[in-house]
Design a protein around this ligand. Structure first.
Ligand code: SF4
Ligand code: SF4
Length: 490
């Protein structure tokens, strides 16, 4: 069989497989409804259906040692690499990207059809990151900057908390309205986590990524009427109680071109959406008389917060994996004193499955990910020890990105298809517990046979069915998700 034909067959089979997983009854899209009430109701229905496919946890989803300490974000890989190389990582990456283009390559070792097309691909990556950078950057160190301002941005003056106390204080409607605003602004999943100081950075490095002495500011929780910044610290008011946590799906096909500028472009779109939704949700909250701190990657660690918000589990690659979109996602959050109904953490079998699957590790171009079991101890300072999980040396990624010219997402792109399977299996936890090892091996082999883990040729960008933002045209996954929306549990 020719390679092309083999790929087509694998893709077709995988689509059929996913249809079977999600059920064939409701492949027609729910579609946007004619009112916000209906819009909210559709999403609430999907959320309710989702909970039938996973297990909700009543206990702390983390195993943590008493010795665990909050993390100082000056040790974050982007910052340490800046000090080690005496330059911000993106300066080296930009140089490498230029060298690749003039040599007719898209990225390290990946040829483009011509120098001109190499430049076009680099331009696509650059273009889709530019709006995000314009909005005020992302990442650790950007607290209270640009779109992540801790002050009111455009709140109607008379509705600010200083001018008028909240009119609605019931957490039920406040949760509903806030989740709806998050979805209207583009979030694909929304969950509410409790505030948990364990995930808040002790300090933030204000000279983000730069060489030389880190300029640090402490992040403190203390009595204060509003979030604010002083010369020495960023203050989160002690009445903080909720974290609105959002997930943004990225186009799977584009990501599977990783590590090329086409995949890099998709990550840029993800970050842009993170910034847009976090500022939108923050402004809604402020207009109701509460304070809000929008955050893409700053303030605290996204993955455990998203786990507490019931959005997914953490995988071997250290990223969040959701039942709907796998790890082809980005996350953002908004801290607030608004009282809200908290979601519970979920399990869909990923913790166990990662023990027998290591596709992310196999797909890493620099063997950065561990094939072994979870551990307690960090491999370097870019990890925070004391949590039982998979660790990996994030600096190794960054050194690769600096050579590659563009970010890499091989590990997250190659993971996500399987999780539909976990979601389905999680419906019968007792049976699964008894048969787990054998079933995991079976699904692993089957997922590979169905084309899971195939890289996508970046030149296919021009024939992919794309929409603005590259949204949800992962075809089979999109269809499976729509099926989930209409699925009748029996
Ligand atoms: S690719 Fe496999 S091992 Fe890696 S995070 Fe996904 S499910 Fe876990
Ligand atoms: S981002 Fe790329 S380099 Fe880093 S762990 Fe994932 S696959 Fe490896």
């Amino acid at each position: 069989m020719s390679n092309t034909k083999k790929k087509a067959t694998a893709s077709h089979s995988r689509r059929d497989f996913l249809k079977a997983v999600a059920g064939t009854a409701g492949l027609a899209a729910v579609g946007l409804s004619s009112s916000i009430e209906a819009f909210a109701a559709v999403h609430e229905k999907v959320d309710a259906e989702r909970l039938k496919l996973v297990r909700q946890l009543d206990s702390d989803p983390f195993q943590i040692r008493d010795s665990y300490k909050r993390y100082n974000s000056m040790d974050y890989a982007f910052n340490t690499v800046g000090r080690e190389t005496q330059m911000p990582w993106f300066v080296a990456a930009n140089r490498a990207a230029t060298e690749h283009v003039v040599s007719g390559r898209m990225s390290l070792g990946i040829r483009a059809p011509s120098v001109g097309m190499a430049r076009v691909y680099a331009g696509v990556g650059n273009a889709l990151w530019a709006p995000c950078i314009f909005l005020g950057r992302t990442g650790q160190g950007t607290e209270n900057m640009g779109a992540q301002s801790w002050s009111d941005v455009g709140t109607i003056a008379g509705l600010r908390r200083q001018a008028r106390a909240p009119d609605i204080t019931d957490p039920g409607p406040l949760t509903r309205y806030t989740k709806t605003v998050a979805r209207l602004s583009g979030a694909d999943l929304v969950g509410i986590a409790p505030f948990d100081i364990r995930w808040i950075y002790t300090h933030t490095q204000r000279n983000q990524y730069m060489p030389g002495e880190p300029e640090l500011k402490e992040i403190r929780v203390e009595d204060a009427p509003a979030p604010h910044e002083t010369d020495k610290a960023l203050i989160i008011p002690a009445d903080v109680q909720s974290v609105v946590t959002m997930v943004f799906a990225m186009n799977q096909a584009m990501l599977r071109t990783s590590p090329t500028p086409v995949a890099h472009a998709m990550a840029g779109v993800g970050y842009l959406r993170m910034a847009i939704s976090s500022v939108a949700v923050a402004e809604f909250i402020r207009s109701q008389g509460y304070w809000a701190i929008p955050s893409t990657n700053c303030v605290g660690i996204n993955v455990p917060i998203a786990i507490q918000a019931g959005l997914g589990e953490d995988g071997r690659h250290g990223m969040l994996v959701t039942p709907e979109f796998g790890s082809n996602i980005r996350t953002a959050k908004v801290f607030t004193n608004m009282p809200m109904l908290k979601d519970k953490p979920i399990s869909f079998g990923l913790q166990e499955f990662c023990n027998s699957c290591a596709k992310c590790a196999s797909s890493c171009p620099v063997q950065s990910l561990d094939f072994g079991p979870r551990k307690w101890d960090a491999v370097d300072e870019s990890n925070n020890p004391g949590v039982y999980k998979f660790y990996h040396p994030y600096k190794k990624c960054l050194y690769f990105w600096m050579e590659n010219g563009f970010t890499c997402g091989n590990c997250i792109a190659m993971c996500e298809g399987d999780v539909w399977v976990y979601a389905n299996r999680a419906r019968d936890p007792q049976w699964l517990a008894a048969n787990r090892a054998a079933v995991d091996r079976y699904w692993n082999a089957r997922a590979s046979a169905f084309g899971h883990g195939l890289r996508v040729d970046p030149n296919r960008l021009w024939s992919m069915p794309l929409e603005p933002y590259g949204l949800d045209h992962n075809l089979e996954l999109a269809k499976a998700r729509e099926a989930l929306k209409d699925r009748k549990r029996h």
